[in-house]
Design a protein around this ligand. Structure first.
Ligand code: ADP
Length: 484
């Protein structure tokens, strides 16, 4: 049995801010099914759900002394969560940087995750686990690759380092002063490609990793271009042999319309399509009831998203107008971080205050998300870019037809019902290519038309039921990479 070592800033559901947490959890679980042992190094956040971790105990304590701070103690904890072995890193005052409310979004995030990287390699040099691969995730842990190759090469085993990019927009860019306390010198490998006065932690990891994986094959190609690479495209394009795309999966137990407690009527992809439609109608009536929408068989389009520039908020707003004009219903579940975008959507809510066919909920609410996935006829995802996207896969797991812009993982998982280049059984959704209102309107026209054409609708739902979005194949691809 092999051992795979992950270092990450999230693990769903113990400490989750987004898709990264789901991926670390889902991939680890599947690797365990494939006979691997998984060891994950994670910060011990204050809000980490420690009550769910078994055999949690502090294995040892060590005092560290950085150039600019008083000595501080670090507790290293061990435990296990659903078969995943954990090492939790817990620095104490005056460096108690994980005793905060959130995982990201603190003013000193760069310092927090630099210290996490440093303490991780210190731990690994003291207690090197018996494994050959080290798997890192996004900028918070990418710098570990740089530390391993440049500073700890004679203190650590020669790991094969895999770095997964979950979203290249976030790179860990900062002033070089942050490195001084660790005694790290500034080198060209650390320099940000857009602003030479900054460092870029993701870039340092990309240069030092042996394999770079991103979360879908299309996104792997897109990030080598100027439009999607956010200035790291040339770094990636210079090492094409290192870069590949492995599609994320979803946890089929976690997202299961057969057992989901949020649903009023359960169903399964293996049911007859007429039974699936009937169960969805019941869930639709339930959603209409709880949100005070008219009880009607009009097509219902859901949108479940962070309302952020990446997700195409202007096209989402336009889609709402079009759906309502066409006599459909629309439910938007979208949390907003940007105050300007928030203001726009509150105005939109006001504009449609008298239209009962629209509902906007501006918080994160997983129970409501589950009911929408089950109730909606369509889910709309007009993203500017989408590294993989879980929403479309979850929607299809709940027999909801995705309407997507063909980018990143959306392009890899949703094939258009009219696409003649793919086999008929792969046609599962409605796609549009350009980020504009005309193409979006045309996609909605086609969706409404499909909704009226019961034979074509049933055929599409049958195709959706046949898709496999589990981690099975993707975990095997990662395993091959670890073993190559
Ligand atoms: P990203 O990670 O870029 O936000 P993904 O499509 O990869 O987008 O994953 C989004 C996940 O977050 C999905 O599980 C989706 O159901 C969930 N989600 C997004 N917004 C909300 C919300 N407001 N309430 C509940 N769940 C949400």
């Amino acid at each position: 049995m092999g051992l795979v070592l992950h270092v990450a800033s999230e693990l769903a559901p113990l400490a989750k801010a987004g898709g990264l947490g789901d991926v670390v959890y889902g991939l680890s679980k599947e690797l365990i099914k494939l006979g691997q042992e998984v060891l994950l190094v994670l910060p011990k956040y204050r809000h980490l759900k420690t009550e769910e971790i078994s055999s949690l105990h502090c294995t040892f304590k060590k005092t560290f002394h950085l150039a600019d701070s008083r000595p501080f103690e670090v507790f290293f904890w061990k435990g296990s969560y659903q078969g995943i072995s954990l090492i939790l890193i817990d620095p104490q005052s005056p460096e108690a940087i994980f005793q905060r409310e959130s995982i990201y979004g603190e003013a000193d995030d760069i310092d927090r995750f630099l210290l996490f990287c440093f303490l991780t390699v210190e731990y690994l040099s003291l207690y090197p686990p018996l494994c050959s691969s080290l798997h890192l995730h996004d900028w918070p842990t990418a710098f570990i690759a740089y530390l391993c190759k440049k500073y700890y090469f004679n203190k650590l085993p020669r790991y094969k380092i895999i770095l997964t990019i979950h979203n290249i927009l976030h790179q860990g860019r900062a002033l070089p002063q942050h490195l001084v306390r660790f005694g790290i010198e500034l080198t060209p490998d650390l320099e940000d490609p857009a602003e030479s006065r900054l460092i870029n932690l993701l870039k340092s990891g990309l240069l030092c990793a042996d394999h770079i994986v991103t979360v879908s094959p299309t996104y792997a190609r897109e990030i080598t271009t100027h439009a999607f690479g956010y200035h790291l495209n040339s770094v990636l394009a210079a090492h094409p042999e290192k870069l590949s795309g492995i599609l994320n999966g979803i946890d089929l137990n976690y997202w299961n319309p057969k057992s989901d407690p949020a649903l009023v009527m359960h169903y399964s992809p293996s049911d007859a399509v007429t039974a699936i439609i009937k169960a969805k109608e019941k869930n639709k009536a339930h959603l209409q009831h709880i949100l005070h929408l008219p009880i009607s068989s009009a097509p219902l389009v859901g949108c479940i998203t962070r309302l952020d520039t990446q997700k195409g908020p202007h096209l989402i707003a336009h889609a709402i107008a079009t759906i309502l004009e066409k006599g459909g219903q629309c439910v938007l579940l979208g949390q907003v971080a940007d105050p300007n975008i928030h203001k726009e959507f509150l105005l939109l809510k006001e504009r449609y205050a008298k239209n009962p066919s629209f509902h906007f909920h501006d918080r994160f609410n997983e129970t409501l998300a589950r009911i929408i996935y089950a109730a909606a006829d369509f889910i709309i995802i007009p993203s500017l870019f989408e590294p993989c996207g879980l929403t479309q896969m979850i929607a299809m797991r709940y027999a909801t037809i995705p309407i997507v812009r063909t980018t990143g993982g959306l392009a890899d998982t949703v094939h258009d019902i009219d696409n003649t280049a793919v086999p008929s059984e792969k046609k599962v959704g409605i796609c549009f290519h350009d980020m504009n209102q005309e193409q979006l309107d045309h996609a909605l026209d086609r969706a409404f038309h499909l909704y009226q054409d019961k034979i074509a609708l049933q055929k599409t739902l049958k195709n959706i039921a046949r898709q496999d979005f589990s981690w099975k194949e993707s975990a095997k691809k990662y395993l091959k990479l670890y073993q190559s």
